[in-house]
Write a new protein. Structure first.
Length: 258
């Protein structure tokens, strides 16, 4: 199909990686009718997948709601899901030493957290089955505490550590994955499955953990609710999630390049 956009000499968009919180869904954790319609319309044309720091159960629920069949990305790039079968097809475990160090520190702090493992997720220390964890996220932190925690663990070169805002309460999370595992590496691996290079992908996001994929993809969109650093990394800034910004981005930026 001919591309009549001003950027018609650029490669076509063949896949879309969509952040979840603050992008597909807002604080109420629902997909608005306008966003739902836009994503479904886009998925009729190209591969569409969620790329989030959330755990598998959440991603499978939203992918099912949207009728998405492409591989989906969760746990900050450490877990790829088959939404049709409802199973993980690839993971990059954090490693027992790293996992124990993080969870032990969060226990000392009294921090809420979520940890993904092969059998599901743990939200309390008693629920952690062993140290074979895929991803750990400290939750509900004020920004100063999140910055201090991230700085402490960034000294460990065996882990990738990044903070992200929690749109449902305005507090912060700090995500821990294996070194080299982030949303950029995750979408590249999804792309291998789809036969699509990141240069032919569009990434849409709103937080610091989206920066790697915004920078890795050939096309990038930041939400209006994103911090300035994220907006600066994107080619197109959509309205906020409260204004159905993803719907606007798909209609005005993505579909003309498909």
């Amino acid at each position: 199909m001919a591309n009549n956009s001003p950027n018609s000499r650029r490669p076509l968009i063949l896949a879309a990686a969509l952040d979840l919180d603050g992008t597909v869904i807002g604080p109420n954790e629902n997909i608005s009718p306008a966003v739902h319609e836009a994503i479904v319309r886009l998925a009729e044309r190209i591969h569409v997948f969620i790329a989030t720091g959330r755990e598998p159960a959440d991603v499978l629920r939203y992918a099912n709601e949207l009728g998405l069949t492409a591989p989906q990305l969760c746990d900050g790039g450490a877990n790829i899901l088959d939404p049709v079968q409802g199973v993980s097809t690839w993971t990059a475990p954090l490693g027992p030493v790293n996992a124990e160090a993080v969870v032990t520190r969060l226990r000392e702090m009294g921090s809420a957290f979520v940890a993904t493992h092969a059998g599901g997720t743990a939200r309390t220390f008693d629920d952690v089955p062993d140290w074979d964890l895929i991803r750990v996220s400290a939750l509900d932190l004020d920004e100063d505490t999140a910055d201090a925690l991230a700085t402490e663990f960034r000294r460990n070169k065996n882990m990738y550590v990044i903070k992200a805002v929690l749109p449902y309460n305005g507090l912060w999370a700090v995500d821990f994955t294996l070194a080299g595992v982030d949303k950029a590496s995750g979408i590249a691996r999804v792309g291998q499955t789809l036969g699509v290079n990141p240069a032919n992908m569009v990434a849409v996001g709103d937080s610091y953990n989206d920066l790697p994929m915004l920078e890795a993809c050939g096309f990038s969109v930041a939400m209006g609710n994103a911090p300035p650093e994220v907006k600066d990394a994107a080619e197109f800034v959509a309205p906020s999630v409260a204004e159905d910004g993803l719907s606007v981005a798909i209609k005005e930026y993505v579909l003309p390049r498909v």
